[in-house]
Structure formats: structure tokens, C-alpha cells
Design a protein around this ligand. Structure first.
Ligand code: ADP
Ligand code: MG
Length: 478
């Protein structure tokens, strides 16, 4: 494989989170009974006229600004003609020339390597088609047109990704951007974000592009990675045996972990694109763009930099926390209730994330809210409990959804800071371990750690570790 280099370009379809469709007033709600949300406009009945939903313009502009792109004005809609049962009107309204967003980029970071810029050729608006249902009816297919007319933003990257890992990293960046901007829920399982992967391979060092295949509708980060890896291997094998790659559209089968040919590649002129006669070109003036800009929330890149300067977090911590807007929001709430950002970051990324993963919950469904976690951390800071006991309290908080103070009280977990009490435990430990005491006194100072451990154990973790150290030192020197 080492003589070959893969080249990948992604086409990502993002479903925009508008309440109504791109050219009609029908609802976009997911999961309604078939064909209850497709009106005459979505079906393209004769005589109806599409009316552009202003919200989709705002959403596309936000995306364009977030990826440093130009916003085209006027931007133009076009008809893309093809026949398919889930497209009753025989054409899709999309964009070809003057797409709303053109010429941007984003940055991906892999491991400790320096960031890599990935160009984004364009992002255009279009309407989604309906869905064919093959499983519900024997020997028949059903057509559900609820999805017809749902607004999509198709984001097309330059062929500048070279590994499946880079492709996934790029996708995660897009995912993070659209969720920060709140222009899509990005739910891949429900199809709100879908990815077509264009893959080719070439000899290392060559700057010509090889013949590519396009693998359609890969609907999870993991499948994107697998589908691309499979396709790279398949193409290398073909080229090494002296044969040629056929330019075609393929389908990824996640059960067999392979891609299969679906149809030969179609080209733009197959679609007979022409300017949509029912929609005028849309002029987006500076004032409108400025007003959209002023509504934009903080993006993950900005958020990351702010977390570093405001909370003195490491680059890594800030990176992890800024990817998911809900996670960073939670983190910032924890900090307002405690005071040690580094400790808060460790807990959010460590214990909390582990519990969320274990129960397969998102941060929005956490069983320990930010106020309670903040209070727990404040109890570590003010020495009410040790970090170790805090883990025990956290687990109980997770299970019972009680507050930390109540649990510390009920379970008697308050740290012992009373030195006479700790002295008593030290006495007991010395009594129970006379050999070790003897050895220590005759010079085996390594045993200090052993005594600390014993005192902590006898006190069931409740003795204040700093005080244990101090008092033990004093007693052992006597
Ligand atoms: P089409 O509209 O026919 O799908 P485009 O030229 O618009 O074709 O490209 C679609 C996607 O394919 C883009 O993301 C682009 O980066 C990618 N792409 C184009 N050529 C190649 C290639 N040789 N290898 C890998 N990806 C490619
Ligand atoms: Mg394409």
C-alpha cells in the first residue's frame, strides 16, 4: 500500500432545521405517518409555484461565514432533471451556477500534527426527495413523500483529504459547525447529515488525480471510515493487477463491510440543468448578510481559544470541550459553581463522560447536573472530602440523583481533619505493624508510603491526606 496515496473529496448533505419546507409551508417534522406532510408544492402539481423560505438563506449564510467563504449575490436556483419514483415532479430544485456559498475552508487536526486546511468548493441549497419503502409491503414498494421539499445544504469539499481518518475528522468539524450554528441537529441516524465519499488512488508523488468512485449515503462516522478504507484497498488491488478503475456510483453495505456497484457515474449534462423559471435570482445585500452575522453564536474554534485564555485550559482539554456546544456549556456551568477550571475539565472529560458513555446518554440527559457537579468539586477544594471519596460520592449522585452534600452527610464521608482523631489511627497502625515500624526506624524510609496507605485504609479514605503526611512524618521522626 505504501506506493499509493488516496485522494478523497466529500459531499455532505445537511438537513437544515427549519420548521417548514424550503419552498412550501408543509411541516418538516421527523417521524410522522407517511404522506401526511407533503403538500401540492412538494409534489410539484401543475400550476403551483414554489416560495423560498427565508430561513434557509440565513442558515446557509451562517455556514458560509463560518467557513470563511464568499456569499454569492445574486444566487440562483436551477432545475436538475431526473426520473425516480420518490421524485414525482421529475426534477429537483437545486443550484448549479452561483451557489449561495463558494470557496471556503476549514482546518482539521489529527493527533499532534499541525492543522491541515481543507478547501470547501461550494455549498448549495436544494430540496430533498421522498423515500421509497421496501420493507413494509410484500412485492411492492411504498413511497413516502414527507421528506420531499425538506431543505438541504450540500457541502462539497475539494479533493484534499488523503486518509479515512482525515475524512472523519473533516466530517466531525462540519458536524460541530452546523450544531454550533444551530442550523441542523446533525443527527446521522435520522439522516439529517449524510455523506457521499469520492475516492481515488494515485502513485505517491503524482499530482494527477486518479479515476474516482462515489460511495453514496454513508450514515455514520464509523461507516465513512470503513467504506473509504474498503474502497482504497479495492482500488489499489485493481490497479496493481494492471486493470482500470471504472468511474461509478457505489453503495456501502455495512453488514458485509464492502462497497458494491450501483450505477455508472452520471454527469452534470445528464441532468439537463437549467435556471429555475419559477424562482427569481436572489439578491443578498450587505445589510442582510450583516444582520445574519450579528445573530451568529460563538463557533468551536473561537470557543476553544476563549477556553484557553479564560480558564487557562490546555490545548487538548479546550479542544475536547469545545467540539460539542452542550458539553462546553455544561463545563462552564460547573466552573461557576466550583472555582477550579482544570479540576472541572478533568471531571467533565473523565468521570462524567465515562458514566455518560456507560449508560449511552448524551450530555443533555446527564443524571448529574452541572450545579451538583460544581458543588461536589467545591467540596474537594474546601477539603470536606478527598478526590478519591469524591468519586464514590459521584457514583452515588449518578445512581440516586441526590445532591453531593446530602450524600456526604448521610454516608458520613466528611474528611477527618481533626488531628487527634488522625493520631489515634496512626497509633493503631503502628500497633498493628510493629515489624515495619522497626524496619523504618532502622533506616528503611521507603516504608513511609506504606504507613500513609495503612492510615488511609483504616480511616476508610476519610483522613485528610496532607495532614496524614504531616503527622506521620512527625511521629516517625520521634
Ligand atoms: P460531481 O458533481 O460529478 O459529483 P464534482 O466534480 O462536483 O463531481 O466533485 C464531487 C466531489 O468529488 C468533490 O468533493 C470533489 O472533491 C471530489 N472529487 C473529484 N474528483 C476526485 C478524484 N479524482 N478523487 C477523489 N475525489 C474527487
Ligand atoms: Mg456528486
Amino acid at each position: 500500500m505504501s506506493n499509493w496515496e488516496a485522494v478523497i473529496g466529500l459531499e455532505v448533505h445537511v438537513q437544515l432545521a427549519t420548521k417548514s419546507k424550503i419552498f412550501s409551508g408543509a411541516s418538516t417534522l421527523f417521524g410522522s405517518p407517511p404522506n401526511t406532510q407533503a403538500c401540492n408544492i412538494d409534489l410539484g402539481m401543475p400550476g403551483v409555484l414554489p416560495v423560498l423560505n427565508k430561513e434557509v438563506l440565513k442558515m446557509a449564510i451562517k455556514f458560509g461565514l463560518a467557513i470563511n467563504a464568499s456569499i454569492n449575490s445574486p444566487t440562483q436556483f436551477a432545475r436538475k432533471n431526473y426520473f425516480y419514483p420518490d421524485l414525482p415532479k421529475g426534477y429537483q430544485i437545486s443550484q448549479l451556477d452561483s451557489p449561495i456559498v463558494e470557496g471556503g475552508f476549514l482546518q482539521i487536526e489529527i493527533g499532534g500534527e499541525k492543522p491541515k486546511k481543507i478547501g470547501i468548493t461550494r455549498a448549495h441549497l436544494e430540496e430533498d426527495a421522498g423515500k421509497s419503502l421496501h420493507e413494509e409491503f410484500e412485492n411492492h414498494s411504498g413511497i413516502d413523500l414527507n421528506r420531499a421539499g425538506t431543505p438541504l445544504l450540500e457541502i462539497v469539499s475539494e479533493p484534499e483529504l488523503n486518509t479515512s481518518e482525515e475524512a472523519v475528522s473533516y466530517l466531525k468539524k462540519i458536524h460541530s459547525i452546523i450544531r454550533h450554528l444551530e442550523i441542523s441537529d446533525g443527527n446521522m441516524a435520522e439522516g439529517s447529515m449524510r455523506c457521499d465519499a469520492n475516492v481515488s488512488v494515485r502513485k505517491k508523488g503524482s499530482d494527477e488525480l486518479g479515476t474516482r468512485t462515489e460511495t453514496k449515503n454513508v450514515n455514520s462516522f464509523r461507516f465513512v471510515e470503513k467504506a473509504i478504507n474498503h474502497e482504497i484497498k479495492r482500488q489499489i488491488k485493481i490497479l496493481e493487477s494492471g486493470e482500470k478503475i471504472t468511474q461509478e456510483t457505489r453503495l456501502y453495505d455495512s453488514q458485509l463491510d464492502e462497497t458494491r456497484s450501483m450505477r455508472s457515474k452520471e454527469f452534470a449534462n445528464d441532468y439537463r440543468y437549467f435556471p429555475e423559471p419559477d424562482l427569481l435570482p436572489v439578491v443578498l445585500d450587505k445589510k442582510f448578510i450583516e444582520s445574519v452575522k450579528s445573530e451568529m453564536p460563538e463557533l468551536s474554534e473561537e470557543k476553544k481559544n476563549r477556553l484557553i485564555t479564560e480558564y487557562k485550559l490546555s490545548d487538548y482539554d479546550a479542544d475536547v470541550l469545545s467540539v460539542d456546544p452542550n458539553l462546553s456549556k455544561y463545563f462552564e456551568e460547573v466552573v461557576t459553581n466550583s472555582s477550579n477550571p482544570k479540576l472541572a475539565a478533568n471531571w467533565v472529560m473523565g468521570d462524567l463522560s465515562a458514566f455518560l458513555n456507560k449508560d449511552n446518554l448524551s450530555i443533555l440527559d446527564t443524571r448529574v447536573d452541572a450545579t451538583n457537579l460544581g458543588t461536589l468539586l467545591a467540596r474537594i477544594e474546601d477539603s470536606t472530602i478527598s478526590g478519591k471519596i469524591a468519586k464514590e460520592v459521584f457514583e452515588e449522585m449518578w445512581l440516586s440523583e441526590k445532591g453531593p452534600d446530602q450524600i456526604i452527610e448521610e454516608k458520613g464521608l466528611k474528611q477527618v481533619t481533626d488531628s487527634t482523631e488522625i493520631e489515634k489511627v496512626i497509633d493503631q497502625v503502628f500497633e498493628e505493624n510493629p515489624t515495619q515500624l522497626q524496619q523504618y526506624k532502622s533506616g528503611k524510609e521507603k516504608l513511609f508510603g506504606f504507613f500513609v496507605g495503612q492510615v488511609m485504609k483504616v480511616s476508610r479514605g476519610k483522613a485528610n491526606p496532607e495532614q496524614v503526611n504531616k503527622l506521620l512524618k512527625k511521629r516517625l521522626e520521634e
